[in-house]
Design a binder for this molecule. Structure first.
Ligand SMILES: C[S@@+](CC[C@H](N)C(=O)[O-])C[C@H]1O[C@@H](n2cnc3c(N)ncnc32)[C@H](O)[C@@H]1O
Length: 278
């Protein structure tokens, strides 16, 4: 089975160009599966598979390097169209699982967490999991983010949301995150890609100044009384100026239950939900 699969890959003339990225990601998954499983195979077959894996990895790295250079040169409109074309489905699939778009975004951002201690989070703080990339693209499109928007990501992790939103919409963004190592990774990525509009603060959201933002994003960064406290602070902001809120995951129900917000999309924790202050 492995030999047949390798033979198919070896004669596939579309496999090694930029457009073959998704195909290569699938092929790498299958090769990893074959190489990791205990089935019968020859040492020659294993060697061929390892060689093919290196060629596929090298082709992917070349695509990511070229795209990162395009971003640095400011050709983000082309990169945006390209990235949209890499989505597995046109409408973002429901749920919080990851897909090949996340792998592509990871190649594009090349985030590296420095070797630092990751202190244990306080109760009610939710551990790090990035927003699946298809929902970030949806945020940029459905919220029609623009240069005039100021996006705040509560509990930004390594900054995927701020980085991609600023890169493709030109909005100013601030990612607020308690874990210093994640903040360092996000800042390094912004610096490497020349994204001056994306900034990252190492801070507890409860202590942050919320007066700057116009759009607030929450992928369930915290729960319980911590979420209630931050929502109360957002309510105070909404009395001063129009604000918009986007959410994903279980915190959506909590936000939808606030009397001072109006849902402007269906309320569903498996999709990006949009709210406005009343
Ligand atoms: C579910 S992850 C979301 C990551 C990011 N917003 C994204 O969507 O890709 C939650 C993040 O919030 C951070 N966090 C939790 N409580 C926080 C708080 N009070 N202030 C700042 N960051 C917090 C966690 O360290 C974690 O990185």
């Amino acid at each position: 089975m492995l030999d047949g699969f390798l033979a198919e890959l070896e004669v596939d003339s579309d496999l090694f160009g930029r457009d073959g990225l998704r195909k290569r990601i699938d092929a790498l998954d299958r090769l990893d599966f074959f190489l990791g499983s205990a089935g019968p195979r020859s040492s020659l077959g294993v060697q061929r598979a390892v060689t093919m894996r290196s060629r596929l990895d090298a082709a992917n790295a070349a695509v990511y390097d070229a795209i990162r250079e395009e971003i640095r040169q400011g050709s983000v409109a082309d990169v945006w169209q390209w990235l949209r074309g890499q989505r597995e489905t046109e409408l973002p699939r429901h749920g919080l699982s990851y897909d090949s778009l996340d792998e592509i975004v990871s190649g594009l951002l090349q985030l590296h967490v420095p070797e630092m201690e990751l202190p244990e989070l306080a109760e009610e703080m939710v551990f790090y999991q990035p927003t699946p990339a298809r929902h970030i693209l949806d945020l940029i499109e459905r919220f029609d983010l623009r240069e005039t928007d100021r996006l705040v990501d509560f509990g930004a992790g390594m900054g995927h949301v701020s980085l991609l939103a600023s890169m493709f919409s030109g909005c100013q963004s601030v990612g607020i995150e308690v874990q210093a190592a994640y903040v360092a990774a996000a800042r390094q990525c912004a610096a490497d890609l020349g994204l001056e509009q994306a900034r990252f603060l190492e801070q507890d959201v409860r202590e942050a100044d919320l007066g700057w933002g116009t759009v607030f994003y929450l992928y369930t960064p915290f729960r319980g009384s911590m979420l209630a406290e931050v929502l109360q602070r957002l309510e105070e902001e909404s009395r001063k100026r129009p604000i918009r809120i986007a959410s994903l995951g279980p915190c959506t129900a909590e936000i939808a239950a606030q009397s001072w917000v109006k849902a402007v999309s269906a309320v569903d924790e498996g999709r990006l939900c949009l709210f406005e202050g009343r």
